[in-house]
Design a protein around this ligand. Structure first.
Ligand code: AFP
Ligand code: FBP
Length: 343
């Protein structure tokens, strides 16, 4: 029989990756379960006001607050529950950790326990939910250290280089899953009629150079001198030291901003600023920076804290925050140079 030329489903892609020895069967199952949960989240997000899921979680006048100290949206809570419920019973996980929960949770004893650890930000960009702008889910998979009876927070504290898979799902005009298992970064689009993800870009590549940057400019006065000077030179355009005009884009959903960069290049940064310096940065290492950095590196880009390769940061706690620079390789290296030269 000649090989099928029909569209490649996520299931077929993963089975072929398994045959090529890139993933184990239980990792394939894990990714399929996460993808199924993302489909449920996509349906909830897509219903918008009709689903009664917009607005803050908690009681009127008293929004519920997560471990990050942020007000939770109803969809944050719902997405977290969808991912927890979907991943509890499959037998592929030892424990899960979520940006929305104080501590990691072990798989209940009623179910077999697997050998992976799953981390996720169930709904990233939640300030965009109520205004109908793209949001997303980000996830990262680690191996559970062997011979651990009761996996807890400390077992998740592995550098990004230890990730065995990472991905995100973006809920925008179309729903897309972008995935890496360490052999390139691949994009799948949800076929809403069929209800399945279909491979639409195999081997995404980020151009090495760019003329586009993404940063929240309203924080400019709070940045370190190195960042002030780096962005100042971008804004100076053709007449400045960089000799070219730069464009700026900022969605305020990391998933959407990173998706644009994976698609056409750019640099995304959430640098250290005076408002978040005591926490180490704004974005979360384990739920946001590490999975996005693996995806970006696998697509030929670079990811850094501004001073160190992101994937080599040794985590000290589950909800650790870091400054983030990622995207087109030459531009990230340039931003790092500004920081190192001024240290
Ligand atoms: P949430 O985790 O509250 O959804 O925040 C999203 C986010 O961490 C990231 O996705 C954005 O890049 C960033 O916040 C936006 O931050 P600003 O509010 O500074 O624009
Ligand atoms: P298009 O008509 O090419 O889609 O342009 C869109 C737009 O006119 C507005 O929707 C948007 O506010 C603006 O361009 C963005 O402009 P800039 O590139 O200066 O950010």
């Amino acid at each position: 029989m000649s090989p099928s030329t029909s569209a490649v489903s996520l299931t077929r892609f993963l089975i072929e990756a398994e045959r090529e020895g890139q993933i184990q069967p239980d990792l394939r199952l894990l990714i399929e379960v996460v993808a199924r949960a993302c489909k449920s989240i996509s349906i909830a997000v897509g219903k918008g006001a009709l689903g009664g899921v917009l607005g803050d979680a908690g009681t009127p006048g008293e929004a519920s607050i997560n471990v990050q100290g942020e007000a939770q949206k109803k969809l944050d809570v719902l997405s977290n529950e969808i991912l927890l419920e979907a991943n509890a019973w499959g037998g592929h996980l030892a424990a899960l950790a979520s940006e929305e929960m104080d501590h990691a949770v072990m798989i209940p004893q009623d179910y077999p326990r697997g050998r992976y650890l799953l981390l996720f930000d169930p709904l990233d960009g939640s300030s965009n939910i109520d205004v109908n702008i793209s949001v997303g889910t980000i996830f990262s998979v680690l191996a559970c250290p062997q011979d651990i009876d009761s996996p807890c927070d400390e077992h998740f504290l592995q550098p990004g280089t230890a990730q065995v898979a990472a991905g995100y799902c973006t809920y925008g005009p179309s729903t897309m899953l972008v995935l890496t298992v360490g052999h390139g970064t691949h994009a799948f689009t949800l076929d809403r009629e069929v209800g399945g993800f279909v491979l639409t870009t195999r081997g995404m590549r980020i151009p090495e150079d760019t003329k586009e940057f993404a940063v929240n400019m309203s924080n400019q006065r709070h940045w370190e001198p190195a960042m002030q000077s780096y962005v100042g030179d971008l804004l100076a355009g053709k007449e400045g030291p960089r000799g070219k005009d730069f464009n700026m884009r900022w969605v305020a959903s990391m998933v959407a901003d990173v998706h644009r960069i994976l698609t056409r290049g750019g640099i995304f940064s959430y640098p250290l600023d005076a408002k978040c310096a005591d926490k180490g940065g704004k974005l979360r290492l384990m739920y946001e920076a590490n999975p996005m950095s693996m995806l970006v590196e696998q697509a030929g880009g670079a990811a850094s804290t501004g001073r160190q390769r992101m994937l080599e940061v040794r985590p000290t706690h589950l909800h650790q925050r870091v400054p983030v620079f990622l995207g087109s390789r030459n531009e990230v290296e340039m931003a790092v140079r500004y920081h190192l030269e001024r240290d």
